[in-house]
Design a protein around this ligand. Structure first.
Ligand SMILES: [Zn+2]
Ligand SMILES: [Zn+2]
Length: 313
């Protein structure tokens, strides 16, 4: 099989959804082109923006950083990275190490923040106390809190995350199956909200398999191991089903994404409540109620710890 674009014999990937065969160079170029085109199409970034990449050291966020560095090199944007240490022993250290290496290699400033310094507790410590929720709930809420707070302090205009096509379609299907139809209105290429720094997803239309192929083709050093807490998640089950379906229906991820984009407008009109955000009375971050989600969860964890403590006495 020859490369559909240049005729080279060194084909590294076959795109079943488009029928293309691509060599390494053409593949790298098509990914970069597609991501930069989507940024333009969805107006994710404008000239002069300060963009902060939420960099875990995994394949997705590393790819975002690598591609956005093209715009930084052309002096179109200012680019920095923010890495969060959730405190997951034998897992997170490697990710942070690789993230730092990539930043150094690309000459991009990196900021590292931890759950421990912000909340005085790590994810491992939270999970050891047998809390009522899944690790991903605490992790997601706390990570968003740090990202928003620090991004504001750093004067960032956008926070770029590594969500790929598979992640987005999983989120759509999960919310649909769980009946969280309102949540469907919030899934999209960018999330705008008055009190939060705008989040953008430049890899939203790139299949996970191709993100993996991109880091391999470019020789980027990434942490490929899966988070130990993700193994039991509902998302993971949905992911397995969708991957299976894609084998017989190669375009299914794209058709789900396109279908969602069509119904999103109608859903928005019908369901989106003007959520009036105020400020959390404890931390001052945006909140729907008196306490923000982070402070609510922290309060819950503290109560639990006190109970264990008094029980052991
Ligand atoms: Zn080629
Ligand atoms: Zn709060």
């Amino acid at each position: 099989m020859l490369c559909t674009k240049c005729g080279s014999e060194n084909v590294i990937i076959h795109r079943r959804y488009s029928g293309q065969h691509l060599c390494k160079e053409c593949f790298i170029k098509t990914i970069q082109k597609k991501v930069l085109k989507d940024i333009k199409k969805y107006k994710l970034i404008k000239k002069g923006d300060k963009v902060l990449v939420a960099l875990s050291g995994g394949k997705d966020s590393t790819t975002v950083l690598d591609i956005l560095s093209i715009l930084a090199e052309r002096n179109i944007i200012e680019l920095e990275a923010i890495t969060i240490d959730e405190g997951i022993i034998d897992y997170r250290e490697k990710g942070i190490e690789y993230a730092s290496e990539t930043c150094k290699k690309l000459g991009i400033p990196q900021h590292i923040f931890s759950f421990k310094e912000h909340f005085k507790i790590t994810i491992d410590e939270i999970m050891a106390s047998n809390p009522p929720r899944k690790a991903c709930t605490y992790c997601g809420v706390f990570r968003r809190w740090i990202l928003n707070k620090e991004a504001k302090k750093l004067g960032a205009d956008k926070i770029a995350t590594g969500h790929n096509l598979d992640d987005e379609v999983q989120a759509i299907v999960m919310n649909y199956l769980e009946g969280n139809i309102e949540n469907l209105t919030r899934i999209g290429p960018a999330t705008y909200s008055q009190k939060f720094v705008t989040k953008i997803k430049p890899l939203r239309e790139i299949p996970e398999k191709e993100v993996t192929a991109y880091v391999m083709a470019k020789g980027l050093k990434v942490h490929l191991e899966e988070c130990p807490y993700r193994k039991t998640s509902f998302r993971k089950k949905i992911g397995t089903i969708l991957t299976g379906l894609s084998e017989d229906h190669p375009t299914i991820l794209y058709s789900t994404l396109r279908g969602h984009a069509k119904i999103r407008k109608a859903l928005k009109k019908e369901l989106e409540k003007e959520s009036i955000l105020r400020e959390c009375i404890r931390c001052g971050q945006p909140a729907a109620r008196e306490l923000c989600k982070t402070c609510t969860l922290l309060k819950e964890i503290r109560r639990l710890k006190d109970e264990i403590h008094s029980h052991n006495r």
